[in-house]
Design a protein around this ligand. Sequence first.
Ligand SMILES: Cc1cc2nc3c(=O)[nH]c(=O)nc-3n(C[C@H](O)[C@H](O)[C@H](O)COP(=O)(O)OP(=O)(O)OC[C@H]3O[C@@H](n4cnc5c(N)ncnc54)[C@H](O)[C@@H]3O)c2cc1C
Ligand code: FES
Ligand code: FES
Length: 507
Amino acid sequence: MPMAGLRSETDCRTDTIRFVLDGEVIELENVDPTRTVLQFLREDLRRTGTKEGCAEGDCGACTIVVAELNRERDDLTLRAINSCIQFLPTLDGKELITVESLNRPGNDLHPVQKAMVDCDGSQCGFCTPGFVMSLFALYKTNAEPTRIEIDDALAGNLCRCTGYRPIIAAARAMYAEQPDADDWLRQASGTAKKPEARLQQLKSICRDAGLAIEHKGRRFLAPASSDELAEALAKHADATLLAGGTDVGLWVTKQHRDLETVVYTGRVDALAKLEVDATHIDIGAAVTLTDAMAVIVTHYPELDELFKRFGSPPIRNAATLGGNIANGSPIGDSMPALMVAGTTLVLRSLQGTREVALNDFYIDYEVTDLKPGEFIERIRMPLPRQGTVLRSHKLSKRFDQDISAVCTAYYLELDGDSVTSFRMACGGLAATIKRATHCEAVIEGAVWSAETIALAAAALAKDFAPITDMRASAAYRLRGAQNLLRRFYLEISGELEQTVYAYGRQG
Ligand SMILES: Cc1cc2nc3c(=O)[nH]c(=O)nc-3n(C[C@H](O)[C@H](O)[C@H](O)COP(=O)(O)OP(=O)(O)OC[C@H]3O[C@@H](n4cnc5c(N)ncnc54)[C@H](O)[C@@H]3O)c2cc1C
Ligand code: FES
Ligand code: FES
């Protein structure tokens, strides 16, 4: 039962989550706030098709697909996510699709599964349900994927025995199978459910009100508006703000932290908005990276490779830009580019709103300018000005799903061969992401030449004194940043292509 008084925090809250599974509405009352969807599937429902490999979003064995109502388009958005780090209450109002949901009447294989069998895409089979679900999301959302799109769709799935070639062959072959005809969700009766009916069913369980769950003294609050969110944070000083959970989820699954009060941003209307006005891309802090990056890349196409190298699609489908900025990690990948672009953050609390430059937001290692009770409401990234260049480079051991050793970004304005404006920001070189002010001072106003870049690269040593850790040595990090700056120079001079994304990935 809800704790006395909890419901009064905000009228109309409910303590029961509702979601659709195989055509049925599942209702669960006062669930454990940090129980993962994977635990629920395997331990409560005994749907053991979904596997646990790493419990930290890395291997993809736990991949599920979630369908969500898009009210503006009156449509469904289908996305693969990692169930191992997704907390169960976040499913409220959505449709959960697991590998078992792909069963068809008569036990016929789904086209994705048939293609995996026909192409020998599985050996021990442990990773297979995860691959099937990533491919299923691709099958449903992209009728004719390129090789690069197939690789990207599978970037979050690891296989130790089969190797990827047969799985990529299956990703191509699945379209030649008997089409799915949108009937993948078998109802209990075994009859097919038409998308329109599914849309209506999701509408029937969607609600505008917030959630307030109480479970053995721990709470999960999901306010529906910024005011309610500010209220909840003011009331619960110990609260953990939860967005996509791709950081917070690991605090529970890996660090075994006991989160007493979780306040979820995923239902707050203002935080879900994504708008472009005359001067800015205005991104609600709870907008997923997948959605935010799609809009940013239409204005800054040169950031495409950086974003494709951010985690994997299941991570980007859950994670938010607000979470990436707020966690204050010195190796967060979106911040260098946002910083040199001149991005500002709209911070909100019960006291009102204030706008701060991202440049001034980080104070020390994982310490930000956020005051108690304050949260990021919106991220405002200026639109590019004519004739300016903004690029970012990520240096990591693997192309996909890896954490940066160094991440750099540059903003450049030239007048002929004179630099009228230059900004550079780096991650992985200090306790916080920060601008390279000595390096900038060398380049700004100078002639854009190899000699200037050599001086500026040397000045990076004054800006940063990196540390050595398991990812890279201090010397490697500094040399890496210096070489990436040289690479930027060579790209701008036309001596190097901007991207390596397509290398080895054709055909
Ligand atoms: C497998 C894997 C791969 C990853 N790869 C990358 C990568 O390539 N590059 C990279 O940069 N990161 C990576 N990450 C880290 C993570 O995905 C990102 O930091 C992500 O953007 C976090 O967003 P989230 O919505 O999941 O945040 P959450 O986990 O929900 O929250 C993160 C932090 O932000 C706070 N927070 C969330 N929203 C707000 C808000 N509106 N206001 C104030 N505080 C808020 C939370 O309280 C918490 O402290 C990876 C993580 C995993 C598990
Ligand atoms: S179990 Fe490895 S990503 Fe979830
Ligand atoms: S088939 Fe064994 S891990 Fe992929």
